[in-house]
Design a binder for this molecule. Sequence first.
Ligand code: ADP
Length: 455
Amino acid sequence: MQFRLILGFGLVLALTIGGVSWYVGFAANRATERYQQDVDIARAARLEHLVARNYTAERGWVGLQATLEQAGSLYGWRVVVNDTEGHVVGDSDVHSKDGFERAGRARRITPILSGGRQIGFLAVGGSDGPVPAADPPLSQVVSALNRSLLWGGLAAGTGGILLVSVLSRRVFRPVRKLNAAARRLGKGDLTQRVPGKGRDEIGGLARTFNAMADGLEKAEEQRRNLVADVAHELRTPLSNIQGYLEAIRDGMLAPDADTIDTIREQVLQLTRLVEELRLLALAEAGALRLALEPDSVQDLIRRSVDAFSPKAEAEGLVIGLDIQPELPLVLMDRERVSQIVGNLLENAILHTPEGGRIAVSAKQVGSGTVEVAVTDTGEGIRKGDLEAIFERLYRVDPSRSRATGGVGLGLTIAKQLVEAHGGSISAESTIGEGSKFRFGLSVAEDANRELESAQ
Ligand code: ADP
C-alpha cells in the first residue's frame, strides 16, 4: 500500500514536472522566436534607413558595399541591395555576385525610399539559410532554462518522494498495528486492542476494532459461562436422581409413590431446562417461527390469570385485572404470548410475599401498540440486578431460584419472544415495594379496520 502510494505520487509528480517543463520550454521558444522576429524587423528598418541616408548623402550607391559588409557581419545576415532596374548594387557577401533574385532566397524584400522616391530594394536573408537563427545567447537562455527546469524538477521530485515515504510511513503505522492486532484476534487472542486516540478515519477504525474486540470478548465470556451454568444446572437434578436410584437399589429407600414423585419432579425440571434452552437457541438464531394472527390480548390475559389464580391463592396472593375496554386486536402468536405472561406471573407469585397483590393490565399506548404490564407488591429488585435480569441464566439469588426450579432463563426467553414479536420488554422496581414488567404488542390495523366496517 505504501509502495503503491509512493509510486502513484512519483507518477503524478513526474507527469506534472514533465508537463510544466514542456510547456515552459515551448512558451520560452515561442517568446524567443517572436522577440527575434521583432529584433529582425527593427534591424532591417534601421538598415533601410542607413542605405537611404547613404544614397542621399552620396547621391548614388558609392560606399554602400562597405556599409552592407559591416551590417552583414554585425547581424550575421546576407544583405543585398538592388536598384530599381534590378541590378545588384551592393552585397554583404563579397564572394557572391548573383544577389538573391536568382536564388530566390531572400527572407524579406523591402523598397528603399529617398526623398519620397523609390531608389531600390533591400533584400535580407540568413547567412546560411532563409530564416536567420536566433542569436546564440538567446537560444542559450532557453536551453539553460530547460536545463534548470529539469534539474529543479528532479530535485523537487526526489524531495517529494522522500517526504511522501516519511509521511506515509507515519500514516500507515497505525494501520500496520491494526492489521497485526486483527491477525492475532483472528487466531483467538481476544485481548488484542489498538490505541484509538486519533480523530481521523484511522482513529475511528481503531475504535471500531476495539469495540468489536470488546464485543467478541464479552460474547466469548458469556458462551463460556453459559456452558458452565448449563452443566451445573443439569448436574444438580441428575445427581439427585442418581442419589435416589442408588438409595432404592441399596434398599435404603422404598420405591413408593412419594419417591417416584420426587424423582419425577427432578426429571420434569430437567425437561423444562432443556426445553427452555432449545427455545432460547431457536430465538437467538432468529429461527423461531411465530404464528402471528390478529388476536385478543384481553382474552389471553383473562385465561392466564384464571390458570395462575389457584397457585396465587395458595400463596395468599390476589391477582387483579385492569384491562382498558374495547382494546384493539393485536398481532400475536397466542402460545408464545401466553408463555411471556405466564413467565411474568410465575415470577411475580414467586417473589411476592403472602398478602401481596399482583395486577395484570393492558392498555393502548399511541395508535399502534398495546402495552401489557404485570405489577406486583413483592420484594423488588435492586437497581444493579435490574439491568441484568434479562440476561441468560442470571439469578438475583441463585440458591433460592434453584430450589424453586428457576434457572434464570424465564426473563431471557420472555425478552426473546417479545422481540420476535417486534416489541420490547422493560422492568422497573423499588426494593420492598414491588416490580413492574411491561411489554408492547403491535395493533393488528387491518383486522381492526375490517372489524369496524363489519359492525
Ligand atoms: P428464573 O427462571 O430463575 O425465575 P428469570 O429470568 O425469570 O429467572 O428471572 C431472573 C431473576 O430476576 C430472578 O432470579 C429473580 O430474582 C428476579 N426476578 C424476576 N421477576 C421478579 C419479580 N417480579 N420480583 C422480584 N424479582 C424478580
